[in-house]
Design a protein around this ligand. Structure first.
Ligand SMILES: Cc1cc2nc3c(=O)[nH]c(=O)nc-3n(C[C@H](O)[C@H](O)[C@H](O)COP(=O)(O)OP(=O)(O)OC[C@H]3O[C@@H](n4cnc5c(N)ncnc54)[C@H](O)[C@@H]3O)c2cc1C
Length: 505
């Protein structure tokens, strides 16, 4: 590895692979380094049998390296392993719904690379005050009668939140970034039911519980840049989807294309520092799988480690002080991301194929900054390959702030509330559960899409003060829901390195 590369990319997560894909396609010699044994980063898939064979300590370590810990398990994780309860399941790291069923930035990148990754779509529903409401496929389908009546009564077009995005200028979009979802909807004049539905969509999009902190502009920009073109193209626009065979297949497909285009991907390599001289990057220093230290030279280095951790690789003194303090002030969002392995499905068929959201599983109070929301899917109804025949996999996520995520007592309260809620919603649920795992992630999205951090308020992909250093990943300048945002940032980063736009930003 002593040839000089055009670009060395630290991290084979979605941000790193997106940048590597574009740069390789454009003829740049790229090296991607990752300390893990597979590409994907936080968009990780694990075969359940791998947990059975490698054991609970291995599983806990994998979670730990991806900013997660196992908050609880029923039965205990040792029994889950020894009884091989996870065999036949594919577990994405937590819940890994793909925005716009893969037609967002994911779709732009794969189309650009000329590869296909299968994503099965799903639409959404709302569960509010004990009632279930179906939301139609965006732009098509019939609204639930009760939502329709509420819209008629208040003179609101249900999708006006999104269609109002049409024709907004970049300046208007940037101004809306600092408007909260709450204030935006108050101005629209929505009633309680429509508000709960919008609020849940906003939380789904940003993983922020508090609607006073959700950036309306971030959602509106995504509607303008991504959703409108899909509707205009005549393709069905689904809110979400699941990568067939697990989200890891997306990264595996992009990684294979990078290698086919001549890029190198080295796994099990930990980068220790970015080598710099005279205000320019020269390459990276890393620890190889053998334990030896090595260096590789490059004209440019892309860091996809969460940007708050940059100063572990490059001394803070190499950057302008203002940048350092801004980066240190950025906050992310965590999430409890439980799985349930079921032997029977107590969830009605009409709901089983939907991504269902509810505004409150645990009420706000002293412990939580806002009501704790949950969304859930029978993932195996959308992608049957993720559960063994005759079994079902339910995945869910409940956003928590970073501070709440680290507080074991607060997390335990949410862990207790989830099965109780599901039992109330679907009587008999508890009896159908073979096993349940509760990974708690404190960095689901590295920079929360809040009114002080979203969109153009995120750090730019080109590092200030150090020529040749770039950022990508969900903490750098990119748009859309988490994985899509990481992909978008990778595209933006590649465009900055190439010095021109690509038409897929
Ligand atoms: C439990 C959970 C559930 C989620 N659910 C969803 C969801 O439903 N929908 C959605 O869109 N997003 C979801 N996300 C978020 C999504 O996974 C992330 O936003 C996205 O994968 C981030 O990609 P990235 O490339 O920015 O970072 P990462 O995936 O973190 O990639 C960074 C890579 O850098 C590597 N690395 C770090 N330091 C070094 C080093 N020193 N040397 C070498 N390699 C290094 C890491 O191993 C990693 O592979 C979820 C995340 C979690 C954890």
């Amino acid at each position: 590895m002593d040839d000089r590369y055009d670009v060395v990319i630290i991290g084979a997560g979605i941000g790193g692979l997106a940048a590597a894909g574009v740069l390789s396609k454009e003829g740049r010699k790229v090296l991607v380094l990752d300390r893990e044994d597979r590409p994907g980063g936080r968009a990780l898939s694990i075969e359940g049998s791998e947990v059975s064979e490698r054991g609970s300590d291995w599983y806990r370590d994998v979670l730990g390296r991806h900013y997660c810990y196992l908050a609880d398990s029923r039965p205990d994780i040792e029994s889950v392993v020894s009884e091989r309860l996870l065999d036949g399941y594919t577990l994405d790291l937590g819940y890994h719904g793909v925005g716009c069923a893969g037609l967002g930035y994911f779709g732009r990148l794969t189309e650009y690379l000329g590869i296909e990754v299968e994503v099965n779509p799903c639409d959404t529903g709302l569960y509010y005050a004990g009632e279930f409401y179906r939301e139609p496929t965006l732009g098509k389908g019939k609204l639930d009668d009760r939502i329709y009546e509420a819209c008629k009564r208040t003179g609101i077009k249900y999708w006006s939140f999104i269609t109002s995005a049409f024709g907004k200028t970049p300046q208007e979009l940037a101004e809306l970034e600092q408007v909260s979802l709450y204030d935006y909807c108050k101005d629209l004049g929505v009633d309680d039911l429509i508000w709960q539905s919008y609020r849940c969509l906003g939380t789904l999009f940003t993983t922020i519980n508090n609607p006073h902190d959700i950036s309306a502009g971030e959602i509106i920009r995504f509607a303008t840049n991504i959703m409108m073109p899909i509707i205009a193209s005549g393709k069905p626009l689904h809110v979400g989807g699941f990568a067939v065979g697990g989200i890891g297949n997306w990264s595996a497909a992009v990684a294979a294309e990078v290698e086919r285009l001549g890029g190198d991907i080295e796994l099990g390599v930990e980068v220790k520092r970015v080598v710099t001289a005279g205000g320019e990057v020269e390459g990276v220093e890393m620890v190889m799988p053998t334990g030896e230290t090595a260096r590789v030279a490059a004209h440019a280095v892309v860091s996809t480690v969460p940007i708050q951790e940059t100063f572990e690789l490059v001394p803070a003194e190499d950057f302008p002080a203002e940048f350092v303090s801004r980066v240190r002030s950025l906050y992310g969002y965590g999430s409890l991301a439980p799985y349930f392995g079921l032997n029977e499905l107590p969830i009605p068929e009409e709901q089983a194929e939907l991504l269902v959201k509810t505004p409150v599983v645990v009420e706000a109070g002293d412990d939580y900054d806002y009501d704790v929301y949950m969304c859930w899917n029978v993932q195996s109804a959308i992608d049957p390959s993720c559960a063994p025949p005759g079994k079902h996999l339910v995945t869910a996520y409940l956003p928590l702030t970073e501070e709440e995520s680290h507080d074991r007592r607060k997390v335990a309260k949410v862990v207790e509330a989830v099965p109780e809620f599901l039992e109330r919603a679907y009587p008999g649920f508890s009896e159908c559960v073979d096993w349940a795992l509760y990974p708690m992630c404190w960095k689901l999205e590295g920079v929360a899409k809040s009114i002080s951090q979203a969109g153009t308020l995120k750090p730019e992909v080109e590092a200030p003060g150090l020529a040749g250093l770039y950022f990508a990943g969900d903490t750098a300048r990119g748009f859309g829901v988490a994985m899509d945002c990481a992909c978008s940032s990778g595209i933006n980063c590649a465009a900055a390195i190439l010095g021109r736009t690509l038409g897929i930003e």
